[in-house]
Design a protein around this ligand. Sequence first.
Ligand code: FE2
Ligand code: FE2
Length: 199
Amino acid sequence: MSPLGGPDWLRASAGAMSAFAPSDWLALDRQRDSLLVHEKPRVVLELFESLAGEPSFGYEINMYRHGLQAATFALRDGRDEETVVVALLHDIAFTLARDMHGAIAAMVLGPHISEANRWMLVHHPVFLDHHTPGHPSVDRDARERWRGHPHFEWTATFVERYDQAAVSAAEEILPLDAFRPMAERVLARRHGAAGGAAA
Ligand SMILES: [Fe+2]
Ligand SMILES: [Fe+2]
């Protein structure tokens, strides 16, 4: 059996979930929410750290250093803590699911960040295409379908300053420890509670 998170926590041992009593569910929901406050920052940061040794597939820096550099640039610009953390983690799902990596980052960070940053995360890959004039096949104007959207300008600014620019080994890259407390604070707070019973 796995360890419980606290000495006074209840273990639901009725067998299948269909046999759990209302008191089981109340305890499970309370214990889950308490656990996730600490565990989610740890898991997200461990996932990010796991990228440290990845090859770069041809860029000067890999995805780990790209995230660190994006966060470094955002910090240097005096952006708020949330935006620095979003810059750090915006590509955290790239290796897991390249074509959906913006949406996955938005799902992971969404409960903890503003709607502007959530929307930006979802759409940043298409906005990045605007900055590839030398690419032989990319549609640089694909972002235009969202022109006029309330978060278009912020997404364009984020991608120009902190995404497309953060690919140089010659530019400053702060270490993860410079951002870890910020990430832990942002990931421990809650913008909107998610419903649902089970784990
Ligand atoms: Fe990306
Ligand atoms: Fe990126």
